[in-house]
Design a protein. Structure first.
Lengths: 365, 357
């Protein structure tokens, strides 16, 4: 392979021979001007793992509440109790949001000041009883940590009880970017820090709960902070092995404006490709179309991503923060994203079990 | 295969049809893109991306040609039909000039009621009143329409426009230069040579022009190759093309929409652009068409061999009629080009750099 940035040749040598990339390699991936050289390496890894397959899942995002005790500088979603726009759903409300064809629910909400742990348990238990066929992915490590801070429920106990109630997997949110500098600057120091976030995922993994991981980027973080974040996830995966997917979350300029503009598509492609190369122990890398836009998500399928997430009918968190993509992308739209990249759509469940392989025309294959 | 093509490209050997077919149908997208970028840097080592401040007013939407892909036109007598007077057109040009436009793309339907004098007066008056503006007016089919109305040859019309001060022509209306495709989507416009002849005659007279391609409807790979071959051949004769501008068809509100099952998206666009850079080895510039593909894809396209961002298109009614509205101002262009990792530079219609940012 020819690289316009010849420094990438040494990285390529490692990628081909399955050797692990170093922190310096990671920094190079974020700094090289050879975007397509980086992308080709990531595509090589993705293709070796998954061939032409690209996964999607028909899921539903549900936020039980946006009431939150925190005031993170990047968040346009949270409200204080009683503030205009604040909402608090009942278990019945939540069950009512899950339509027939939903395969997976993704439940993430604010750090509510008064809801007891038992309410979270009832949400999971109630939903599981009403829809036993639906897989429940719920509560970020930040929320689990908050339940300890607020109610002194140890994460192991909380996760065990939630699992008993029907929780199957945990989403990867709340990681933000692992940096004590930024935690102070962006006012998320009241949230689980990197060590705690990883610890809770480790506990989940030990209980047989598979989880995802994220990184919020494209605001005021440095490239070194991105690399360190990814390497910390890689270390945790070495220890506990339960991560399924990494999702890079580009910061959305909208209700908050940490930077004047959202990071450009080349940076989104770069971050996805670098994640694919650095996270050699992660099964999947997602191109989250709601934040990237359909076009960049589709191109990202050539830059190492093998998943486009799913049908997100009511993704309040990102939309109130100003994501411009319309909610409620139907299966047909997912096909469009995948087909344009000339890949094979594979419908999956929360655990990446294959439900249906579709042909490129969108018929069951 | 990509290595063999790379050797050809770097040694200045021309790609043949089999190469083109492989690039369009099979080449791994990023391998292709990287090679196109290499060819672009071999030609322009600097990471500069040019743009033009332009405007695209329409002087009439009256048209008798009924192209299936067009959402803009109205038949003569339609209540929504309009034709601007010469002074109204000049008013639009004055507005664009006041916004800093140096290129005016004036385009309209095929309106049999307009005499040659209408066109030449607009050119002459634009030159006289707005010397900083280049009249980049009238696509091939409009020139052909005037020729028919006035019972003149295409060459006569071009001579008259040249006398009036016009030196460049826009490349719209080529669609896909293949008999099969043109018969299907624009049966009243004639085969590929109708477009090629006007550009050939223009280049012979010293005009410069651009070549476009609108893909993503009924064409097959061979049709695309026909198109690329025919503009490359013509370019060998006179070197009159400044740039190649591919874009994807937007089916909304058009007669063709019901036939288009899957409109082409960003990956096919990046592929087309990269293939254009490699196959059209005699074209100086390849333009990223942000206005049809969106700004995000436009930015990515700069890594796939494009060296030009096109224009501001202060006024663009044709795409607007197909529900695809995209307007852009100079400040934003500068930001978008910089964000993509390039140095923005404002150019003229003929690609002379006016100002670097």
């Amino acid at each position: 392979m020819h690289f316009s940035d010849t420094r990438l040749a040494a990285v390529w040598e490692k990628v081909q021979t399955g050797r692990r990339l170093t922190r310096d390699d990671g920094l190079l991936l974020f700094e090289t001007e050879d975007l397509l050289g980086l992308g080709r390496m990531a595509d090589h890894v993705k293709t070796a793992r998954e061939g032409d397959r690209v996964y999607f899942v028909l899921n539903r995002y549900i936020s039980p509440t946006n009431v939150c005790v925190l005031s993170c500088a990047f968040c346009g979603f949270a409200r204080k109790k009683g503030e205009a726009g604040a909402f608090e759903y009942t278990v019945e409300d939540i069950i009512g949001m899950v339509s027939e064809e939903v395969r997976e629910v993704h439940i993430v909400g604010g750090h509510h000041p008064d809801w007891p742990f038992e309410y979270y348990e009832r949400i999971i238990g109630g939903l599981h009883a009403a829809r036993p066929d639906v897989q429940i992915k719920a509560f970020t490590a930040a929320e689990i940590d908050y339940l300890w801070r607020r109610w002194k429920i140890e994460p192991r106990e909380a996760l065990s009880r939630l699992k008993a109630a029907g929780l199957q997997t945990m989403p990867g949110g709340g990681a933000e970017i692992f940096s004590s500098r930024l935690a102070k600057q962006l006012r998320y120091a009241g949230k689980a820090d990197g060590d705690r976030w990883c610890e809770i995922h480790g506990i989940a993994h030990s209980l047989g709960i598979r989880t995802n991981a994220t990184m919020l980027y494209g605001h005021v973080e440095t490239h070194a902070e991105r690399v360190d974040h990814l390497l910390k996830l890689r270390e945790q995966q070495d220890r506990s092995g339960g991560f399924l997917t990494f999702i890079a979350l580009p910061y959305q300029v909208g209700a908050t404006t940490l930077v004047p503009r959202s990071t450009p598509p080349a940076d989104n492609l770069r971050t996805i490709a670098a994640a694919r190369l650095l996270l050699d122990n992660f099964p999947h890398i997602e191109a989250y179309w709601v934040l990237l836009g359909e076009d960049t998500a589709s191109v990202a399928l050539h830059f190492g991503a093998d998943d486009v997430n799913g049908t997100l009918e009511d993704e309040r968190v990102q939309h109130m923060a100003g994501a411009q993509t319309p909610a409620g992308l139907a299966r047909e739209q997912l096909f469009r994203i995948i087909r344009d990249a000339n890949k094979v759509p594979v419908e999956r469940d929360a655990l990446y079990n294959v439900i249906q392989v579709w042909d490129r025309e969108g018929a069951a294959a | 295969m990509i290595q063999a093509l790379r050797d050809k490209v770097l040694n200045g050997k021309r790609l043949d049809r089999a190469d083109g077919r492989w690039l369009l149908d099979e080449a791994p997208l990023l391998e292709l893109g990287a090679l196109a970028a290499e060819a672009r840097y071999a030609r322009y080592p600097e990471k500069v991306v040019t743009f033009v401040i332009d405007s695209n007013p329409n002087y009439t939407n009256v048209c008798i040609t009924d192209c299936q892909f067009c959402a803009f036109y109205r038949k003569p007598g339609d209540p929504e039909a309009y034709t601007l007077t010469v002074e109204e057109v000049l008013g639009k040009i004055e507005f664009a000039a006041s916004k800093g436009a140096t290129t005016l793309l004036l385009q309209g339907g095929h309106n049999p009621a307009l005499p040659l004098d209408y066109y030449t007066t607009i050119v002459r008056e634009t030159r006289r009143r707005f010397p900083e503006v280049t009249p980049h007016f009238f696509t091939e089919s409009e020139i052909r329409t005037v020729a028919q109305v006035e019972k003149l040859t295409v060459g006569d019309v071009l001579d008259r426009l040249y006398e009036a001060g016009q030196r460049t022509l826009p490349g719209g209306g080529a669609e896909v230069l293949s008999d099969r495709v043109r018969r299907r989507i624009e049966p009243k416009k004639g085969g590929p040579d109708t477009w090629l002849e006007v550009h050939r005659e223009a280049h012979r007279r010293g005009f410069k022009s651009t070549a476009t391609m609108m893909y993503g409807h009924v064409e097959q790979t061979d049709d695309l190759l026909d198109h690329l071959d025919s503009v490359r051949e013509l370019q060998d004769l006179h070197g009159g093309f400044t740039a190649f501008v591919p874009w994807s068809f937007k089916p909304n509100n058009t007669l063709l929409a019901k036939w288009i099952k899957h409109p082409k998206g960003p990956n096919m666009y990046l592929r087309m652009l990269a293939v254009s850079r490699l196959y059209l080895d005699n074209f100086p510039h390849v333009q990223a068409s942000w206005f049809s593909e969106g700004k995000r894809t436009g930015q990515i396209a700069l890594h796939f061999g494009a060296d030009d961002w096109g224009g501001t298109l202060l006024e663009e009614n044709v795409h607007k009629a197909a529900d695809f509205v995209n307007t852009i101002e100079v400040d934003e262009i500068v930001i978008l080009i910089r964000e993509a990792g390039f140095t923005p530079a404002q150019r003229t219609t003929e690609y002379e750099i006016l100002k670097r940012y």
